[in-house]
Design a protein around this ligand. Structure first.
Ligand code: GLY
Length: 287
């Protein structure tokens, strides 16, 4: 069985973005092979997606209701985990999550403590906002203040917080899973699922929800964090590995999410697969 690195760029892409982004991700997966462990390969894959402004992770992350950008990221291998929640003003949350795992006595750091730790580890202050971020935020505020009748109920719910605002179509979490010489790893990063309140944490930095790695494989998922956490999606997928074809498992687990944009990538000892109920870019390299 060949080694493989598999990436996704988030469920909820626009149709015309998927092909372009999938080519991009295939290139990123190849670049990541400059590294030599499954953990390093997944981290490097996610780092490249964080640095690309099209994805909702690192540079280009969406704004929250108060206009701030808070990001979540995690890395996992068998028996080890590191994550940051609500980190701000860093370029690569996934590298801080790696540092939490490898260079701190903890496995999760959140908020101000995560930012302070990042500075100690040499991550410089950085503004992940882009013009696209600004445009999306502006359009969302307009949407929230509009009297139009066709605004989704999920968005209207946020009007009570609407001193500030954000929502508009954007991609979701980015992630990578790798199988190399029988070992597995996963890495994941997100600006979150807009609209959301400052302080909200999604599925991405929660083991068993946004990602999971065990001796039988690795899983990384994308979608609305609240729904994913309620269903422990990554854990649910992982525990079916080896009992059914991997693609069937992904389809079955994701079918429970209805219309809510949800996707997953996974590798096992024998297979790798990706599936989403909305457009999702993916790229992979066997090696
Ligand atoms: N899946 C990203 C989030 O809900 O935060």
């Amino acid at each position: 069985m060949k080694n493989v690195i598999l990436l996704h760029g988030g469920a909820g892409s626009l149709y015309n973005e998927v092909e372009v982004h999938s080519r991009l991700l295939t290139g990123f997966s190849k670049n990541a092979l400059a590294f030599h462990t499954p953990l390093e390969i997944t981290i490097e894959s996610v780092r490249q997606m964080e640095d690309h402004p099209d994805f909702n992770a690192g540079t280009g992350s969406v704004r929250r209701l108060d206009g701030c950008i808070q990001m979540d990221a995690a890395v996992m291998e068998l028996g080890n985990f590191g994550a940051v929640m609500n980190i701000e003003k860093v370029r690569n949350p996934v590298l801080v999550a790696r540092d939490v795992m490898l260079h701190s006595p903890h496995v999760i750091l959140a908020g101000d403590g995560a930012i302070s730790f990042a500075r100690v580890m040499g991550h410089q202050e950085y503004d992940p906002g882009t013009q696209k971020t600004e445009d999306l935020w502006k359009r969302t505020k307009e949407m929230l203040n509009s009297s139009a009748q066709d605004i989704p109920a999920r968005i209207i719910e946020y009007r009570k917080y609407s001193r500030l605002f954000d929502q508009v179509r954007t991609t979701d979490t980015v992630g990578a899973v790798c199988r190399m010489d029988g070992k597995f790893a996963a890495a994941i990063s997100t600006g979150g699922a807009s609209p959301m309140i400052r302080g909200r944490v999604g599925d991405s930095p929660i083991p068993g929800s946004g990602l999971f790695v065990g001796k039988n494989g690795a899983v990384a998922v994308t979608g609305l964090g609240e729904e994913i956490i309620r269903r422990s999606l990554s854990s649910s997928i992982y525990h079916r590995i080896g009992k059914e074809p991997l693609l069937d498992v992904l389809k079955s687990e994701i079918s429970a999410f209805g219309e809510s944009a949800t996707g997953a990538i996974a590798v096992s000892g024998e297979e790798y697969a990706s599936f989403a109920n909305k457009f999702m870019s993916t790229g992979h390299t066997e090696f």
